[in-house]
Design a protein around this ligand. Structure first.
Ligand SMILES: [Zn+2]
Length: 264
């Protein structure tokens, strides 16, 4: 009897914690178990630890690292404008954008909640151009703006049991797995197809508003798919499942994004 009562109160408590929010542009409703403030706090800590780890080589003052900061700032400005224009300004409340290039063979890039972005040099041969880099960064930033890491984190915590969710402090190891940091590829937590589709759609609009031709996204993802052929998929594809749906999604959303593209 006591056990039953405990279980019920846990469920009620969990529902109480769950905040329902709406994804910009797509209008999808989502339930996130962790508050934005908590997610951003965890991200800020994890980002600092990552940047200062002996195994992390941050690239400073190179043409490429300046390009990452330039493209990132352009996209961040576009995101802020888009959200403000569409009544979603709260979506990035508390964001303090940072854009860092990491010297690494890993093919990876990510954006943590709060606007903490990392691009690995290993992905640059695939991005190739400013618009290619903008494709990746806008896609990652779109995942953050749509709060996908909160959703994935919440799902991981539920999978580990509601009890551990309530009993344990926020788990930095699980959090890092969302971004392909410090984990074996097999245990990474991938985005769902629905989340990928949302990030593609939002990302195309953000890159177009920032002045990068959204058409370039097709070329980037085609190169990324070719890269994965015949070898273990890179970190980026482990957390961003890719399939034929992506190319058709991008083609579908291109007309919408082009309306925002003024060109450079
Ligand atoms: Zn993705």
């Amino acid at each position: 009897m006591i056990k039953k009562f405990k279980k019920t109160s846990l469920i009620v408590f969990t529902m109480f914690l769950a905040a329902c929010s709406t994804v910009p542009l797509t209008g999808r409703r989502q339930a996130n178990l962790v508050s934005d403030a908590e997610m951003q706090q965890m991200a800020a800590q994890s980002y600092r630890e990552f940047l200062s780890a002996p195994s992390t080589k941050v690239v400073n003052n190179s043409a490429q690292s300046r390009k990452v900061k330039e493209v990132g700032s352009n996209i961040a400005s576009a995101v802020t404008k888009y959200l403000k224009d569409n009544g979603y300004a709260d979506q990035t409340a508390g964001y303090q954008w940072e854009f860092n290039l990491i010297e690494s063979k890993e093919v990876n890039a990510w954006c943590m909640p709060g606007g903490k972005v990392a691009v690995y040099t290993g992905i640059l041969p695939i991005t190739q151009t400013d618009a290619g880099l903008a494709t990746v960064m806008a896609h990652e930033i779109a995942h953050a703006v749509a709060k996908h890491s909160n959703e994935r984190y919440s799902q991981a915590m539920i999978a580990q049991g509601v009890g551990s969710l309530l009993g344990a402090a926020i788990n930095s190891q699980t959090f890092n797995q969302l971004f392909g940091i410090g984990a074996q590829a097999g245990v990474l937590l991938p985005n769902s197809r629905k989340q990928e589709s949302e990030a593609d759609r939002l990302g195309l609009t953000f890159m177009a508003m920032a002045g990068y031709n959204p058409q370039s996204a097709l070329d980037f993802w085609t190169r990324m798919a070719a890269q994965a052929n015949g070898q273990a998929p890179p970190e980026f594809l482990s957390t961003h499942p890719s399939d034929a749906t992506r190319i058709s999604d991008i083609k579908k959303y291109l007309p919408e994004a082009r309306k925002y593209y003024v060109g450079k």
